[in-house]
Design a binder for this molecule. Structure first.
Ligand code: PMP
Length: 258
């Protein structure tokens, strides 16, 4: 439901009005999962769009949406990954707002991710136009320095990640860690103790190397390990305190063949 709430809010940036409430969208998604009878993790992708069949770039008044669900495994294969700062800059809020998941803006992520992989990394790290760390191509970034959890502020051209918010909640309630939202310099990534990415698809993934330099000891750090385990437990119904993060889908009702 939090995803649909963010989605509807951010659709306003493009003047798209999704013709359903967040609660209705959540129920449609549950129904979609029930009818598909999934027996694995699933990635759900809602897409809102302007729907008139006419040529032109002015947004029209017709809005529509689709929701797709696909079985999904681990995005990065469940290990510590290598990241590299990309030469592509993160799209600026005054060009295409990164806080909304605007499809066109993902060309920026594709360019960065492709460059990173060709350079031997698993994921790209974007800098803002003024040279501060923004986020990964498909995920938010956290750094541990001197026992504090530090993440770029929402004004550094990041997507306001729901997993980011979940990790900040876990930091406060489960680990008693101070969380600081402030701009991060590139070279801080080279001298910090731990780095990890967060996202719905990537979950909590440790970064053990950045720009061919080991992060901290070069092994997965203990704070990152704690977040991975807590997040996994919370999102798989093993921590009752976070039950409100989840929506039970119910029994599979496979569509009848006609
Ligand atoms: N940043 C970008 C650019 C993303 O595409 C994503 C994942 N959709 C995230 C961050 C993480 O956001 P969330 O935790 O809401 O999935």
């Amino acid at each position: 439901t939090e995803h649909f709430e963010r989605w509807k809010r951010n659709c306003g940036i493009l003047r798209i009005q999704v013709p359903a409430t967040a609660a209705e969208l959540t129920e449609i998604t549950s129904e979609l999962c029930r009818r598909n009878g999934f027996r694995s993790d699933v990635y759900v992708r809602p897409l809102a769009y302007k729907s008139s069949a006419r040529i032109g770039i002015a947004p029209d008044e017709n809005d529509s949406f689709s929701i797709t669900a696909l079985p999904f495994g681990q995005y990065f294969g469940g290990r510590g990954i290598k990241a590299g700062v990309t030469s592509w800059r993160r799209v600026d809020d005054n060009a295409i707002p990164g806080r909304a998941k605007i499809c066109g803006a993902y060309v920026n992520s594709v360019l960065a991710g492709d460059e990173a992989r060709r350079n031997g990394h698993d994921e790209a790290i974007f800098l803002t136009d003024d040279g501060h760390v923004a986020e990964g191509a498909s995920c938010n970034l956290f750094m541990v320095r001197d026992g504090k959890l530090i993440t770029p502020p929402v004004t550094d051209n990041i997507l306001e990640g729901i997993t980011r918010a979940s990790v900040m909640e876990l930091a406060a309630y489960e680990l008693g860690l101070e969380v600081v939202q402030r701009s991060i310099d590139r070279s801080e990534l080279y001298v910090c103790d731990e780095v990890f990415f967060t996202g719905t698809a990537v979950e909590v993934v440790p970064v053990i190397q950045i720009d061919h330099r080991p992060v901290g000891t070069g092994k997965v750090g203990s704070i990152t390990n704690s977040f991975s385990a807590l997040y996994h437990d919370a999102t798989h119904g093993r921590l009752t305190r976070y039950e409100h993060w989840m929506t039970p889908v119910g029994q599979a009702v496979l569509a009848q063949a006609v």
